[in-house]
Design a protein around this ligand. Structure first.
Ligand SMILES: [Cu+2]
Length: 117
């Protein structure tokens, strides 16, 4: 019984850490052919640094066939794009002012941030 409770508590800690505390390192979008891989419940990279005052296009490569990964939403810019399995989808971003903009799947299981500076 105690072990069950401990496992439950550990699970809660893990969930809190994963959804609220975990901040992966931001990756600069500079390399040619850079794409965000959508796989195993993750965008990789999930923190993407971009510069202000430039128009960017982000490429998303969806490897996860689960319906969860299908939509890519960037609510601040009214972007809602369908990603096709094993294909790269290019998403054009408007010029952005400095700030952090979330992107996520429909259910917010997949989550990432654009860090514009
Ligand atoms: Cu989802």
């Amino acid at each position: 019984m105690l072990i069950v409770n401990l496992a439950g508590a550990l699970l809660i800690v893990l969930i809190v850490w994963w959804f609220w505390l975990y901040k992966p390192k931001a990756v600069e979008q500079s390399e040619a052919g850079f794409s965000v891989v959508v796989e195993n419940g993750n965008y990789s990279p999930s923190r993407i640094k971009l510069k202000t005052g430039e128009q960017h296009a982000l490429k998303f490569l969806r490897k996860d066939a689960s319906p969860c990964a299908e939509m890519l939403l960037i609510p601040q810019f009214d972007i809602a794009e369908t990603l096709i399995v094993n294909q790269t989808t290019t998403i054009r971003l408007p010029e952005m002012s400095a700030g952090e903009y979330e992107f996520h799947c429909q259910m917010k299981m997949y989550k990432g941030v654009l860090v514009v500076e």
